[in-house]
Write a protein that binds this ligand. Structure first.
Ligand code: ZN
Length: 172
């Protein structure tokens, strides 16, 4: 396993459409291992292969909705497709390829994804809240899209602070 360099916004690789994964071999397993390690090191909740310069349809997402005391889980999605989406959430979204930049993005609150695991087996999985947001954000990367295309502006530090303060006050 190794940390890989995360490409930054403006790199043309990030605007390219990725090809499907067809070989479920050691090369793919190494890529998925590295994506997971690189995401955890960078403290992100998702990372897509094109962000490390590999134009293949593979992503990792951190499942943060786990019972208290249990470790967060890295979900590997190969050739993922969103097959159902419902509800709505609007909150600041960021990207490891755009460090320090956040913008308000509307996403579905509940998303079902169909994907293959590292051995090629198909499965379906549901994500809620932040996980649903990450499923959408990461599959967008595979088609060459960044979240910055979906928000009307990049938030200033003051706007972000105000947002998080208002969220705190809303809590019971
Ligand atoms: Zn991203």
């Amino acid at each position: 396993m190794a940390l890989r360099n995360i490409l930054k916004e403006g790199d043309e690789t990030l605007s390219k459409k990725c090809r499907p994964v067809t070989n479920f071999d050691k090369r793919l397993h190494d890529l998925l291992d590295d994506l997971g390690e690189t995401m955890m090191d960078a403290e992100g909740v998702g990372l897509a292969a094109p962000q490390v310069g590999v134009l293949r349809r593979a992503v990792v997402v951190l499942e943060t909705n786990v019972p208290e005391g249990e470790p967060e889980q890295i979900i590997e999605l190969v050739n993922p497709e969103i097959i159902e989406a419902s509800g709505e959430q609007v909150s600041p979204e960021g990207c490891l390829s755009a460090p320090g930049r956040f913008g308000m993005v509307k996403r579905p609150d509940r998303v079902k994804v169909r994907a293959q695991d590292r051995d090629g087996n198909w499965f379906e999985l549901e994500g809620v809240g932040l996980t649903a947001r990450a499923f959408c954000h990461e599959t967008d990367h595979l088609d060459g899209h960044m979240f910055t295309e979906l928000c009307d502006h990049i938030m200033s530090d003051e706007e972000l602070q105000d947002y998080y303060q208002s969220q705190q006050q809303d809590k019971p």
